[in-house]
Design a binder for this molecule. Structure first.
Ligand SMILES: Nc1nc2c(ncn2[C@@H]2O[C@H](COP(=O)(O)OP(=O)(O)OP(=O)(O)O)[C@@H](O)[C@H]2O)c(=O)[nH]1
Length: 305
């Protein structure tokens, strides 16, 4: 028995015990309230068919207990299948036993558990369907999380540069084929290396995380942000003209500059002003040359400051 099966055995121990009591009890009840038939009165074809059905319901029961976690669906399946199995077992046993006339209740009772079992199984199917819907939803969410987790920068919580490059390629195609304009902004924290040295990597990393969150919070739903390199961020603004893009980024830069991180309980003022730049993409431009162009422009702006 595998480790998983052993654990399912422990998990459903009371149900296994119940099953181990109910089956012999049914057989004993039938045997003690009826008379054994002569072998020539036994219809062997019926025996095989009814015995087969009883055996299959027992197999389904065992499979349910070996594969399902604890819960209402498992309980409904267990009791539904058990009731059906009792009916099938009695049906099989009456091939060998003639119910005494004093015990006609046995014949009347034969089909009753199957009927109750089918009702319970119908509820089980309904709740199983609901359970599966929830599981599917959770799997979908997990799958999205893992898919997007690989594209996320752990420090800032924003997308990585690779993902941004793919999105820029898509926007460049939309610009080329459908004339849809888009803008790109670079945001660079001033003197981040000084901050790093003065307050240490952990505090500097949390500054990067803060800046990432401030950028995200101040963008529109359609915009996309990534951490491009060390303290440099890119914002992609699809379907946006230059003047609107500049307004958006001006506000983002203002909010980042006004953020005052704390270090060792002290407010650090003026430590995270930013250099920023916003440009519109040119039709026919390549992603690499667009990025090189705006990076070079920002570097020139920084050295002129
Ligand atoms: N804490 C932390 N520091 C990083 C990370 N990646 C790069 N850095 C540091 O970021 C700093 C970037 O330095 P620079 O590019 O000179 O930027 P700067 O100091 O802001 O210079 P200016 O932009 O000219 O004001 C370097 O000290 C890098 O070591 C990171 O993931 N975490």
């Amino acid at each position: 028995m595998s480790v998983i099966q052993q654990s399912f055995f422990k998990l459903h121990k009371p149900l296994w015990v119940l099953l181990a009591i109910v089956i012999p009890t049914t057989i004993l009840t039938v045997a003690s309230n009826s008379t054994l038939k002569n072998t020539d009165a036994v219809d062997w074809i019926d025996c095989i068919c009814e015995g087969g059905i009883a055996f299959m319901t027992l197999l389904w029961l065992i499979a349910t207990l070996l594969s399902r976690p604890k819960g209402n669906v498992t309980l409904l399946l267990f009791f539904g299948l058990s009731a059906m199995h009792i009916s099938m077992l009695m049906d099989f046993l009456d091939e060998f036993y003639r119910f005494d006339s004093a015990n006609t209740w046995l014949s009347a009772f034969e089909a009753f558990p199957a009927f109750i079992g089918m009702i319970l199984m119908s509820f089980a199917m309904y709740f199983w369907y609901q359970e599966q819907q929830i599981l599917n939803f959770m799997l979908l969410k997990k799958e999205r999380f893992y898919r997007e987790y690989g594209l996320t920068d752990f420090i800032s919580g924003l997308y990585r540069a690779e993902y941004m490059k793919q999105q820029i390629d898509k926007e460049l195609l939309a610009l080329k084929h459908h004339n849809i304009p888009f803008c790109i902004a670079l945001i660079d924290i001033k003197e981040f290396s000084v901050f790093n040295e003065k307050y240490g990597v952990t505090k500097a990393n949390s500054l990067l995380a803060d800046v990432g969150q401030i950028i995200l919070l101040n963008l529109r739903d359609s915009d996309l942000a990534c951490r491009y390199a060390s303290d440099r961020f890119i914002v992609l603004m699809p379907n946006t003209n230059l003047s609107t893009a500049k307004q958006v980024i001006n506000q983002v830069a203002d909010r980042v500059s006004n953020h005052r991180p704390y270090a060792q309980g002290h407010l650090i003022s003026g430590s995270n002003d930013v250099h920023w730049l916003c440009e519109q993409a040119h039709k026919g431009e390549q992603q690499a040359s667009l990025l090189a162009r705006i990076n070079a422009q920002l570097n020139t702006q920084k050295s002129a400051a």
